[in-house]
Design a protein. Structure first.
Lengths: 316, 160
């Protein structure tokens, strides 16, 4: 109820009760790496080609002693983001062409779609912060009731002021830093988010390589150690890449993303069964060597996996 | 029916570069899956979690092992290598339902408990894969016994 929330906000501001205050608000942040996503223009929502949507998961520590909404409000205001309001997310697609926007979730959990038709749905929960660059499709709730209370903080006017203060000659739309410049020191994590994002991408690839290599090697060694060979073969089809990828997916993108991946993985697993039988047949009947038999059969896996995925999508 | 056992000596049969290849391939497959997910979304990326990229390498390496071992004994070894690769592929076919169980359990549990999803899904994979392997062994052992009985049957009657 926006009216009740407005009344509560006025009362809290007047009395100072359950508000940390701007000075203490930065203490309620947690150092979190930003997760950035770029979306294509879908014809309706002209998503920005360069500036990503940035999500900080669990970046605000909502301790329960203060009103979570007030903590986020004070934190944003301490960083130059003002003119905030407390309300639900609009249930229609819209975007702001010239202003940036920041969203802080104070309570609850819900699926929110960013970026229009070519965008993506994310599960946001209390403590998450999303920074939406201009020309980025602001959120559309998927199942409005799933998100009981949260905060939407448009930052247009204040962002412009923040930019102008720093770089008097540039307008916000010309600012090469995009929405990052308006994050304020406490959300900056010591360096601009885009820079952090690029660095974190490189780190992510390195981590992926190491985690994937270790998990796959561990299963391969286990397979080598076990006898009989048919039993050891089970470890050739162990979900080693899946374990490595999912652990990173959960850390980087959240549980819902990993759930989506594993749901699609079922199609890949069925295709794997067909693939393995096909490889057996090629080895026994066509007398092919292992390398050509396994590589040629990848075509069977691809057809099977994508066919099943298309079938599942057609039915849903 | 031979029981499941550990054979530490088999580790010595492998060359160091084979472990390196597996490590690099595992890392590359994980990066590849991440790139696909980033470019085409979680669903398409999810398919590649069951990509048999590692299996291609393991079957080839197992075949090479067997051929090398037989050649050291002065034999051709090609047939033995082929059989080893077939066994590996059969094992993978039995492991596929396990992977399916892994995916289903993980997708159902992850939004409730992340640690529970990893443990539950891995356990589901192990149980389904080992059960599949056990059932196959049992069927093959029964079939072998039936063939043996058929062969020995007429021999007994002739003796009378």
């Amino acid at each position: 109820m926006p009216v009740l929330e407005d009344l509560k906000e006025h009362a809290e501001r007047a009395t100072g009760l359950r508000r940390p205050g701007k000075a203490k608000a930065p203490d309620f942040t947690r150092a979190r790496k930003p997760h950035g996503v770029r979306f294509k223009d879908d014809g309706l929502v002209p998503n920005h080609p360069r500036w990503p949507l940035i999500i900080y998961r669990g970046s605000v520590d909502l301790d329960g002693r203060h009103d979570p909404a007030a903590v986020i409000e004070d934190l944003f205001e301490a960083n130059g983001w003002g003119d905030s309001w407390r309300d639900g997310i609009y249930d229609y697609v819209h975007y702001h062409s010239r202003i940036h926007e920041v969203l802080g979730v104070a309570r609850g959990k819900g699926r929110v779609r960013f970026g229009g038709n070519k965008g993506r749905s994310f599960t946001l929960k209390a403590g998450d912060v999303a920074i939406l660059p201009r020309r980025h499709g602001p959120p559309v709730p998927v199942g409005l009731r799933q998100l009981p209370r949260h905060w939407r903080l448009p930052v247009g006017r204040h962002l412009r002021r923040v930019h102008e203060r720093r770089r008097p000659s540039s307008r916000p739309e010309d600012d090469p830093e995009g929405p990052i410049a308006a994050q304020g020191p406490s959300l900056r994590n010591r360096r601009p988010a885009v820079e952090a994002l690029q660095k974190s991408k490189m780190t992510e690839y390195l981590v992926r390589f190491l985690v994937g290599g270790v998990v796959v090697s561990a299963f391969a060694i286990l397979g080598n150690l076990l006898r009989p060979k048919s039993f050891a073969g089970l470890f050739g089809a162990a979900p080693s890449v899946a374990l490595a990828t999912l652990s990173i997916a959960v850390y980087r993108h959240g549980a819902d993303y990993a759930a989506q991946q594993t749901w699609a993985m079922t199609a890949g697993a069925i295709a794997l069964a067909v693939y393995s039988v096909f490889v057996c047949q090629l080895l026994i009947r066509a007398r092919l060597r292992a390398a050509p038999a396994t590589l040629l059969s990848l075509g069977v896996w691809l057809i099977g996996a994508f066919g099943l995925l298309a079938l599942a999508r057609g039915q849903s | 029916m031979s029981a499941i056992n550990f054979s530490p000596s088999s580790l010595k049969e492998g060359r160091w570069y084979e472990y390196l290849v597996r490590f690099a391939l595992g890392g590359a497959a994980t990066i590849f899956t991440g790139l696909i997910s980033r470019r085409y979304g979680a669903s398409v990326g999810g398919l590649f979690l069951a990509l048999p990229a590692i299996f291609c390498a393991s079957a080839t390496l197992i075949e090479k092992h067997e051929i090398r071992r037989k050649r050291e004994d002065g034999l051709n070894g090609r047939r033995r290598g082929e059989e080893a690769a077939v066994l590996d592929a059969a094992g993978a076919a039995l492991g596929a339902p396990g992977m399916l169980a892994f995916a289903i359990v993980f997708s159902l549990m992850v939004e409730r408990s992340i640690a529970g999803a990893f443990i539950g899904a891995s356990f589901a994979w192990l149980v389904v894969s080992v059960a599949g392997w056990g059932v196959r062994r049992k069927i093959r052992s029964v079939q072998r016994r039936q063939i043996r009985d058929k062969i020995s049957g007429p021999a007994v009657s002739r003796g009378r």
